[in-house]
Design a protein around this ligand. Structure first.
Ligand code: SF4
Ligand code: SF4
Length: 301
């Protein structure tokens, strides 16, 4: 059934029982990117016109659903590719950010685009998770865009993949950014066991004090995690899962069937080594250290 066909009263009944605040990680069908990073595990694809039209229609349905809710929503877009080069993502973020019950709307981006469209965002709710890819853009150009975000009082974090070849560039980026711009680092996915030595780890931890969780997250099996309870993953069809890393569906967003399955559940996976996952573990210090900024990776000050 299409959400647009559901009367408002029925929709309210379907979503009864939602927590007072819900975080949603939305990942639609878009998978293409204007960059071509060597370490990219996806985004070597081209989206057909049909796929892009479907992605835009899916996203419009999600925005429509969000507009009808009464619960407080925080939303992070985690596209496989780059969303902000597509007008439908920019428009969705503008629309969502102006809804009174949307506390946060953020997206993971390579920050490749112009900034004039940001005139239309609500800076109280809008945020960006920005990744610098040194093989694709100059440090100067990337930093200039960050400074423009800061001038506009936009909330954002900046980070990089901690490749061995990038250690000096990581420190150059840190030095080029104002001290109040938070910087994160992801451990390189394809690393060997001896990829980082103790000096490397100390050097990287000096940039991102939480780097150790990316490098060696404590085993997650049976760990308490807010996903499935107050944090959910949603795909373009509206299928709801607890997180991007657990395949079991909880139901669908648009028929409300997911709501009955919400509740505390331990993690079923051995390892959770991606920030968008382990940030929601209740046994790790992220709810405190990133209070209010877990989705966009901005630590509490
Ligand atoms: S910017 Fe991100 S999505 Fe695009 S190629 Fe690089 S790593 Fe992949
Ligand atoms: S710890 Fe990670 S993999 Fe496990 S349920 Fe939470 S987000 Fe998912």
């Amino acid at each position: 059934m299409d959400a647009l066909q559901i009367p408002a009263s029925l929709l309210a009944a379907l979503t009864e029982g939602l927590p007072s605040a819900l975080s949603l990680l939305y990942r639609g069908k878009l998978s293409s990117c204007n960059y071509d990073c060597d370490y990219c595990p996806f985004a070597k694809t081209r989206d057909s016109r049909t796929t892009l039209q479907r992605d835009a229609a899916d996203l419009a349905r999600f925005v429509d659903w969000a507009a009808r809710q009464t619960t407080t929503l925080s939303i992070l877009f985690t596209p496989w590719g780059e969303g902000l080069v597509r007008k439908h993502y920019r428009d969705a973020m503008i629309a969502l950010g102006h809804l009174p019950h949307v506390r946060r709307v953020a997206i993971q981006t390579n920050l490749c685009i112009g900034t004039r469209w940001l005139d239309r965002v609500d800076t109280r709710s809008f945020a960006l998770w920005c990744t610098y890819h040194p093989s694709q853009v100059s440090l100067r150009a990337f930093v200039d865009r960050c400074l423009e975000l800061r001038r506009r009082e936009i909330r954002f974090s900046v980070g990089m993949v901690a490749l061995r070849d990038s250690f000096d560039e990581i420190e150059r980026l840190r030095a080029a950014l104002p001290a109040d711009v938070p910087m994160w680092l992801n451990a390189y996915d394809q690393r060997t066991v001896d990829y980082y030595d103790a000096n490397d780890t100390a050097r990287l931890t000096a940039i991102d004090p939480h780097f150790g969780y990316s490098l060696a997250p404590p085993p997650s099996l049976d760990a308490p995690c807010a996903t499935g309870e107050s944090v959910l993953s949603v795909d373009g069809d509206g299928d709801v899962r607890r997180c991007h890393f657990v395949a079991e569906p909880l139901g669908n967003l648009y028929d409300g069937s997911f709501a009955a399955r919400l509740g505390p559940k331990p993690c079923p996976n051995m390892i959770c080594d991606c920030f968008i996952g382990y940030v929601h573990r209740k046994d790790l210090p992220f709810a405190r250290d990133y209070a209010g900024g877990q989705l966009e990776r901005v630590p509490a000050r």
